[in-house]
Write a protein that binds this ligand. Sequence first.
Ligand code: TRP
Length: 333
Amino acid sequence: MYNNQKVLLSGIQPTGVMTIGNYIGAVKNWLTMPDDCLSIYFIADLHALTIKQDPTLFRQTALSFYAQYLAAGLDPKKSILYFQSHVPEHTQLQWAMNCFTYIGEAQRMTQFKDKSLKHADNINMGLMDYPVLMAADILLYNTDLVPVGVDQKQHLELTRDIALRFNNRFGDVFTVPEPYITKNGAKIFSLSDPLAKMSKSDVDPNAYVSVIEDADSIMRKFKRAVTDSGNEVVASENKPGITNLLNIYSEMTGKSIADAELEFEGRGYGVFKQAVGEAVVEKLRPMRENYNKLISDKAYLAEVAKDGAERARSIAFKTVRKVYKKLGLVPMS
Ligand code: TRP
């Protein structure tokens, strides 16, 4: 809680592109967060450094993600929107949290093991410490709720363990966060392989659609989206491709799956795929237009980001001060 408001916090790594899967699964729900909640969203740029980045491209991508948050409709006055690297308290708290995390716990993290296999030539300390930075992100702001997908659930559990461990020794310092499971927002799968999650860093660009993609490219990707045998547009377990497209159509138009099935009864896959593409183009149009305006106004972006970081710091510095004091570090007068 902060100022009697529940705190909700989430971060996104600025790698690859923000896809319609991120939009449907996360961002769209954030837009409907109750007003009595303090929402904090940040670009997890320090997390992204655990994988080798090209500096020029990385800087562009991070700024682009920030502009996409704004373009999607997140309000920088209502929420706090900032870059993790602008708020040094994240790493200051991380150091303290490192001393309350066992190496065995970090090594057991599924994502650490997966990434170690995937990047065998770069198993750096940051990769293992990634979940501790995430714990610091969350604990800095007395966060109550963290919207997480399954892939991040284990990290949230570790965060809770660290918070409880610290609280057991030093009293009620940290709020122990809960996962926030959003009610709606279907999970979106790859357009090339409907059994795999749509990933923003898929090597196959036909697998995903970015929220700022141009209309022609969106249409092309939906036309070639992998579907299933048969020709009826119905959601079912043995039609993962069509089911995924129905979910996308339903999320983008607000129509129910049942209504969509009726609408395309007897009309075949081709007509349906075209309609899904058009629905996505229409829904994303305002976002793409906003984005194009924002990304060409670097001064505005810098100003909003600075304001976000300052507001974040005004909360974060108090947590670090309290934690350092509890630990017995001599305060600077
Ligand atoms: N690890 C998250 C991801 O890969 C991003 C993230 C970093 C995050 N810090 C966070 C998410 C804190 C929620 C809360 O998607």
